[in-house]
Design a protein around this ligand. Sequence first.
Ligand SMILES: *Cc1c(COP(=O)(O)O)cnc(C)c1O
Length: 351
Amino acid sequence: MKTAFHLEQLVRPNVIKMQAYASARSEFTGVADIYLDANENPYESDINRYPDPLQKKLKEKIGRLKNISASNIFLGNGSDEVIDLLIRIFCRPGEDEIIVLPPTYGMYKVSAALSDVGVKSIPLQPNFQPKVVDILDNVTSQSKLLFICTPNNPTANNIDESAIIQLLENFPGIVVIDEAYIDFSTQKSSLSLLDQFPNLVIMQTFSKAWGLAGIRLGMGFASTAIIQLFNKVKPPYNINSLTQSAAQQALDNLDQKDQMLRDILEQRTLLQEALSKFDFVEHIYPSDTNFLLVRVTAPKAIYQFLLTQKIIVRDRSNTLLCEGCLRFTVGTAEENQQLISALQKFINRQT
Ligand SMILES: *Cc1c(COP(=O)(O)O)cnc(C)c1O
């Protein structure tokens, strides 16, 4: 890094000062015969006890898969909780700001707004790559977090690694890399950069490639010092027992995930080919994700027609740099076929 990195100087003073909640399960971590410490209901089932507040077993499994220490992992109730806690750890309400690079994921801005934290938007270039110089020119001492989503939603592309490195080297706050779609990507994860950059936080999720959006499990990877801050401020039992066991089961059955991943990538190619044949399709952006951003001649009409066919896609036609675009999530072979049939029907209807 150009300038020395002092984590304590970035953290909100109240977070440094506060005492973490000492839960029954964090005060006693051994094994006992009788647990009368947490006011639980004693009648045993799989879920009458509070869950492990630090999700040790689950983190061990994730750590083995990602080749990273459990002490560099934080687990949140979805990436949404990771985003929210980052903002609450680093940004003083009414004073600090985050930097986002639109068009991008909407939750960064929403979480900031809830915490009364400012949002500075530095749009991507028309090629959907960040303007590194512009970003750095706009940094102030209040700029605490920079969110980079790669592959980016809704533009579907990877952010160039050279831009990521330049920002990591020169942004004076924390650089958060959201890798929700990394499993679909040809780009490799930035996890290998963790050792070099104490200001790096990487987010991944069980919601997309793993097929587990319903369990709400997001991952944060960072230095042990940053992970300790997360653990200090998180709700004591933020990952429930059912989620922890469902995730462990998925991690014990990697073949299942790999098969789904292969199928989705194959379907992405097929869907792209089928869509490209329609005259109303002006451009299909290259995708490193499980969705396609498609510029069409009549986005609103197509969106509305698909609704009448009970098919819901995302209308991004009013989004900066995505004018005229719809976003199609890659579905099953059958679902994609129905989408194509419906679009054919849209054309027939017009003529
Ligand atoms: C879908 C998505 C997520 C996932 O959020 P969860 O809260 O983990 O479900 C995170 N970031 C981006 C950019 C996404 O598109």
